[in-house]
Design a protein around this ligand. Structure first.
Ligand SMILES: [Fe+2]
Ligand SMILES: [Fe+2]
Length: 182
C-alpha cells in the first residue's frame, strides 16, 4: 500500500505555472532543477577547457604530421579537431543556458583541462598522445554522467552524445595504430 506522505508523481499545473513565473529571468533554470548548479557549471567548464586543449593538440598534430602515412592520419586529426570544437561549442552553450559563463580565458587553460597538450615527436607518438587524451576524456565524461544522473537530463544527454564520439575517436586512433603496425 502506498504511503499517504508520498509526494505526488507530477507537480500540479497551478504549481508549475506559479514557479515558472517566479523566477522568469532564470530562463531554462526552473525551481524544478535539482542538480547542484554550481558544481555542474564547474564540471562543464572543466570539460570545456579539455575540449579546447584537444582542439589545439589535434590542430598542432594536423599541421605537423608528415611521412608516408601522413595523408590519412592528417585527415583524421583535422576531423577530430573539428569535432572537439563542436563539443566545446555545445558545452559553452549549455553553460549559458544554466546561467553560467563559459570560461574561455587562455590563462590556466591547461590546468583546467583534464587532457594534456603534448606535441609528440613523430606520427606514431602523436597518435598515441591523442589516444591517451581521448581515454582521459572518456573516463571523465563517464564520471560526469554518473554525477549529473537524472537531476539534469539535458546536460546528461549532451554528455552522453559527446562520450559516444570520444569513444569513436579512441577507436579511430587504435585503427590508425594497427594499420601502422604499432
Ligand atoms: Fe570532444
Ligand atoms: Fe575526442
Amino acid at each position: 500500500m502506498a504511503k499517504t506522505t508520498e509526494k505526488p508523481f507530477l507537480t500540479d499545473v497551478m504549481t508549475l505555472r506559479r514557479r515558472a513565473r517566479e523566477h522568469i529571468m532564470e530562463g531554462a533554470v526552473t525551481s524544478g532543477y535539482t542538480a547542484d548548479r554550481e558544481t555542474v557549471l564547474k564540471l562543464l567548464n572543466e570539460a570545456l577547457a579539455t575540449e579546447i586543449v584537444c582542439v589545439l593538440r589535434y590542430k598542432r598534430h594536423y599541421f605537423m604530421a608528415e611521412g608516408i602515412a601522413a595523408d590519412a592520419v592528417k585527415a583524421e586529426f583535422l576531423q577530430h579537431a573539428n569535432e572537439e570544437q563542436q563539443h566545446a561549442d555545445q558545452i559553452a552553450a549549455r553553460i549559458v543556458q544554466l546561467n553560467g559563463e563559459p570560461n574561455l580565458n587562455p590563462e590556466g587553460l591547461t590546468s583546467r583541462s583534464h587532457a594534456e597538450y603534448v606535441e609528440g615527436e613523430d606520427l606514431i607518438d602523436m597518435i598515441k598522445e591523442d589516444l591517451v587524451a581521448e581515454r582521459i576524456a572518456i573516463d571523465s565524461y563517464r564520471e560526469m554522467i554518473d554525477y549529473v544522473g537524472d537531476k539534469d537530463t539535458t546536460t546528461k544527454r549532451m554528455l552522453e552524445s559527446i562520450l559516444a564520439m570520444e569513444e569513436e575517436h579512441a577507436d579511430d586512433l587504435v585503427g590508425l595504430l594497427e594499420k601502422m603496425d604499432k
